[in-house]
Write a protein that binds this ligand. Structure first.
Ligand SMILES: C[S@@+](CC[C@H](N)C(=O)[O-])C[C@H]1O[C@@H](n2cnc3c(N)ncnc32)[C@H](O)[C@@H]1O
Length: 269
């Protein structure tokens, strides 16, 4: 069992909670600077841990909300930062609308790696009340979120995120600045929701994208033909592979084939 101690509080590190604590203040400063946080924002930090990032955010404003699942760490933060609203619980189940109130949320966090995707999709679902999110995550996932077409990392995650948000790869963080050290490097990304939703049916778009990438080496024609009646579509992009399409091309194709879904199709199969 690995133990970490900070300011007379000791915890047994819980791997499943992704407890790798940042030890480099230059990194936390950089995250907050990149987030463009300002004192009037309604801020939410995911997983404050021992407060490495919390301390930095509180130099801009002392009042914001944090959500921490580990009871011992939640109580540590409550004692250290009495002005914060500390929610002891799971970020995946908190009501973001309640936290946001009147204003959109500025979200920051060095997030637990095991639940990166659920966190991203929760933020995506709540994009209408999100100002921005600046998040540290596993380096490989950061690459997959921000990848451009015709690269090996461009896939379902890139298209789903970039369809609704501007995403930016900010900087890489080596594993040595964490305690305990994780087995992989990290990176910080930002996501900012687009002003207008480019497609109204996000669920349908998401199914379509998963289907388009079903077998990466196959053309769109082959991947989509069981799910949509493609005979009725005239589009040269169907001869291409999903990884070759820009986000705008995905939108255009989706709008064309959306009404042509085969009623018995199970796009996930
Ligand atoms: C990678 S650590 C980051 C800690 C601190 N922010 C730092 O940078 O040193 C992730 C933190 O998220 C917390 N955590 C894990 N799962 C969580 C969840 N579902 N909801 C809220 N917090 C969670 C962990 O207990 C831990 O404190």
């Amino acid at each position: 069992m690995i133990k970490v101690e900070y300011k007379h509080t000791e915890i047994a590190v819980k791997k499943k909670l992704g407890q790798n604590f940042l030890t480099d203040r230059n990194i936390t400063r950089k995250i907050v600077t990149e987030s463009e946080t300002n004192p009037d924002d309604t801020i939410l930090e995911i997983g404050p841990g021992f407060g490495a990032l919390t301390r930095e955010i509180s130099t801009i404003t002392p009042r914001f909300t944090v959500v921490e699942k580990d009871p011992k760490l939640a109580s540590f933060i409550r004692n250290e930062y009495p002005e914060l609203t500390v929610i002891e619980g799971d970020f995946l189940t908190v009501d973001l609308k309640k936290i946001a109130g009147e204003k959109p949320l500025r979200v920051l966090g060095n997030i637990p790696y095991a639940i990166t995707s659920p966190i991203l999709f929760k933020l995506l679902e709540n994009r209408h009340i999100l100002l921005s999110a600046t998040l540290m995550m596993q380096h490989e996932v950061a690459l997959r979120i921000t990848a451009k077409p015709r690269t090996k990392d461009y896939g379902i995650l890139a298209v789903q995120m970039q369809a609704f948000c501007e995403t930016k790869y900010l900087f890489r963080v080596g594993r040595k600045v964490f305690r305990p050290q994780p087995g992989v490097d990290s990176a910080v990304i930002s996501m900012k929701p687009k002003v207008n939703d480019p497609v109204s049916d996000r669920e349908g778009f998401s199914r379509f994208v998963r289907c388009a990438f079903h077998q990466r080496r196959k053309t769109l024609q082959n991947n989509l033909k069981k799910t949509y009646e493609l005979d009725r579509v005239e589009s040269s992009v169907l001869k291409q592979r999903a990884e070759e399409l820009s986000i705008d091309e995905f939108f255009r194709l989706f709008e064309q084939i959306r009404p042509l879904m085969v009623s018995s199709a199970d796009p996930e199969s």
